[in-house]
Design a protein. Sequence first.
Length: 293
Amino acid sequence: MPYEKTNGRILLTHPRGATAEILLFGATITSWRAPERGGPGDPIERLFVSSKAALDGSKAVRGGIPVVFPCFGPPEHPDHSKLPQHGFARNETWTFDSVVTDNDAGVSVRLILQPKPTVTKLYTKDFQLAYVVTLAEHELSTDIHVSNPSSSETLDFQALLHTYIRAPANEVSISPLLGKRYIDKTEKSLEARNTLKEEKRNGVDVRTFTDSVYEDAPPNVNVSWPGGGLELKLVGFTTLTVWNPQADAGRKIGDMEENGWERFVCVEPGYVRGFKQLGPGETWVGQQVLVVV
């Protein structure tokens, strides 16, 4: 069976061994296992989830691929004033909608989230989210669809996929970001945090506490380390956030496993500089395809 629903989870299975697991809570992908290219071998876990992460729906998952909507970080838009950091999508239980594809190439499922009492008490705008997850032999595709069902009001939002890539953090290199403008959220003052810098490195590393939001995200991003790597293929996203707390900040995160910051880098495609505005009846789509290289 290419997909299985059980205990609030969806398990996708590819005939050549790849698997993915999605929690209905937050529509958070908590596992993606895929084999190396070029020969037989057991599938390898490609995502990081902290061993201290809550997987029971009590709080957002520390790791995997959480969905961020309609705000990134603390809310700044008046429509989002009652929302927690990173919005509500990662803290709500989504609904399994359908199987989109099921063939030898891969399996794809759609989850949806619409207004309900736990959301509307904090957020009054009309919206519909659809999340399509597709598993292939060496790829995982995550497509977020944001629709504005209103006939008269606009919908202003931010959206981001908070992808935790399992990797040796002190050895990763992320490219091509040379020449891109970015804000550095680790700066001490508000003025410095809002001042654009220009990336001077051919390959961006996270050997120190890193929280950078790049503008004009490239359509292809390479995350490499000795002996491994992933390519991210992006459509519709305008920003790329690179985050790793390292020890100083990582020790302050309650659900981070001991030295967990050494085992991941977050590379997060999004639309988080300013707000995407949808007119009545409009839809926006952001796609991320993770590819084993």
